[in-house]
Design a protein around this ligand. Structure first.
Ligand code: HEM
Length: 126
């Protein structure tokens, strides 16, 4: 391969990212601290939007067509501890796979960039 492959390409493109996102959400939905937030949502839509979001955030040739993160998450009352647990599941999902430490770190960093949009005004009191 010539040139620098994007993180998206190195991970294996759309299919690999879809697999990663599905494994990640299985962990999130199975966590009693996080599961209540997802009651009554449409899991298929969430999976589709998350696949898009991750692909776009990791440099893939896909745009995110979902709703703005701040607007969706603000009314949910997500605290720093919920976000931390969510990100712990991301780390665990990544470390289950054959992804280099460097790439795991880069993925985590790119997703963590959105932390403030998820916790919004509630991030100060967790
Ligand atoms: C950096 C961390 C996060 C990112 C990047 C993220 C991203 C997203 C995206 C892309 C969607 C789909 C939007 C759409 O349907 O248009 C979504 C929906 C959702 N997220 Fe997050 N999220 C994060 C953290 C969290 C956390 C920590 C929770 C709860 C503890 C959470 C709960 C939800 C729920 C309940 C929905 C569905 C809302 C609905 O369909 O009404 N998210 N998120």
């Amino acid at each position: 391969m010539t040139g620098a492959a994007s993180l998206y390409e190195r991970l294996g493109g759309e299919r690999a990212i879809a697999g990663l996102v599905d494994a990640f959400y299985q962990r999130v939905f199975a966590d009693p601290l996080l599961a209540p937030f997802f009651e009554g949502i449409e899991p298929e839509r969430l999976r589709r939007m998350q696949r898009e979001f991750f692909a776009a955030a990791l440099g893939g040739p896909i745009g995110y067509s979902g709703r703005p993160l701040r607007a969706i998450h603000a009314p949910l009352g997500i605290r720093t501890r919920h976000l931390a647990r969510f990100l712990d599941h991301l780390t665990a999902t990544l470390s289950d796979r054959e992804i280099s430490e460097r790439d795991c770190y880069d993925i985590y960093t790119r997703i963590h960039l959105y932390a403030d949009e998820i916790t919004g005004a509630t991030s100060v009191d967790a």
